[in-house]
Design a binder for this molecule. Structure first.
Ligand code: HEM
Length: 350
């Protein structure tokens, strides 16, 4: 693999007052077969600008939605690959991936935003762009529009025909109570190295958590790796183990995609065991420190890890389908099988 530093160039992009780094990693990243950097160049050349422009509008009203979209893409990719299976609503055959416990805290609006983007894109280009690709682009834009790095996303994913079982979902999404050893083992199975794992965990620089995801560290006894003032503030917000409140993941800059998450870890202010233990464990501690002191390095490694994650077990070519509604597979889509559909003429290619 070509050296990363020689393969990307930096330039400044100004958005919302943030100066953000644009990373061109196309030559340094290996693509899985069937994906490409220019997949929709002729079939939907305006795809990425449609998505970005719409998300700028969404985030102007509520920047919190950026976190919801980033997490949705992660939960899609880790379970059965980036095939938009997490978007499929459950059916009569049983509860869907969406009903599995870790997915219950995905934001309902994130699902609506993805299908709204899909509608806009299909209106312009016809049914040629998959929900899985839209989710990957939306996650990238969520990062960028919150102040993080901009990077190219390989495209060409197809949407899956089935969602995962509850057990498969539970087995593939790490628990916030995991320590670093557990994370290193479970993510190595997906080909992630320690740098990828520390980088991806930096997604916790934006967004919210429910108390129940971390009160195991407060009650009945307090986790000694947690800072005392930090713990007291969390206890005030989550007075019991089952409190339904939420709190920010990054106390220093909750809505900005930056490297403060790592500064938090160095100050014993990581929210989950899976976060804080990255600084306790000697195998990952120096990576945390390097990101805390060098945001440019974090942005570069994060983009590399995201591109890697976005290619997990993708369906391409003749596999899968391009859904006409992100929450329903086409064979169950009544409007597709009727003569007059929701979007007449938009599925002529398929
Ligand atoms: C390393 C293993 C990971 C664990 C154990 C983990 C766990 C969690 C948990 C428990 C929450 C809070 C859910 C709630 O109570 O509402 C959360 C939120 C979040 N996670 Fe992770 N996560 C991990 C990796 C990632 C990755 C790889 C990303 C993206 C790159 C990510 C992005 C987010 C975001 C943005 C939120 C906030 C969502 C919102 O505000 O709606 N996480 N994570």
């Amino acid at each position: 693999m070509a050296s990363i530093s020689s393969a990307f160039s930096l330039s400044l992009a100004l958005f919302l007052g943030f100066s953000s780094t644009v990373l061109h990693l196309t030559e340094a990243q290996q693509l899985v077969q069937g994906l490409s950097w220019s997949f929709y160049d002729s079939s939907c050349p305006r795809l990425e600008s449609i998505v970005r422009k719409q998300l700028q509008e969404v985030f102007k009203d509520d920047i919190g939605q950026a976190a919801g979209l980033l997490r949705l893409h992660f939960h899609d990719c880790f379970v059965q690959g980036c095939d938009a299976s997490v978007l499929l609503a459950g059916s009569a055959s049983g509860p869907g991936e969406q009903e599995a416990p870790p997915n219950l805290t995905l934001r309902a609006r994130a699902f609506r935003i993805i299908d709204d983007l899909r509608r806009r894109v299909h209106r312009r280009c016809g049914r040629v762009v998959s929900c899985a690709d839209i989710a990957a682009i939306a996650a990238r834009d969520a990062v960028f529009l919150s102040g993080g790095p901009d990077y190219d996303v390989p495209l060409g994913r197809k949407d899956g025909l089935n969602f995962a079982t509850r057990n498969a979902t539970l087995a593939n999404l790490p628990s916030p109570t995991s320590n670093t050893s557990a994370l290193l083992t479970s993510l190595a199975a997906k080909n992630f190295d320690p740098t990828d794992i520390v980088s991806l965990s930096g997604g916790h620089t934006i967004g919210l958590s429910h108390c129940t995801s971390f009160t195991n560290r407060l009650y009945p006894t307090q986790d000694p790796t947690m800072g005392k003032t930090f713990a007291n503030n969390l206890k005030a917000n989550c007075p019991t183990a089952n409190s339904t409140n939420t709190t920010v993941l990054d106390i220093r800059s909750p809505n900005v995609f930056d490297n403060r998450y790592y500064v938090n870890l160095m100050n014993r202010q990581g929210l989950f065991t899976s976060d804080q233990d990255l600084y306790t464990d000697r195998r990952t501690r120096s990576i945390v420190t390097s990101f805390a002191i060098n945001q440019t390095l974090f942005f570069e490694k994060f983009a590399i890890a995201m591109i890697k994650m976005s290619q997990l077990s993708v369906l391409t070519g003749r596999q899968g389908e391009i859904r006409a509604n992100c929450s329903v597979r086409n064979s169950d889509n009544l409007s597709l099988s009727s003569v007059v559909g929701e979007e007449e003429g938009s599925w002529s290619a398929f």
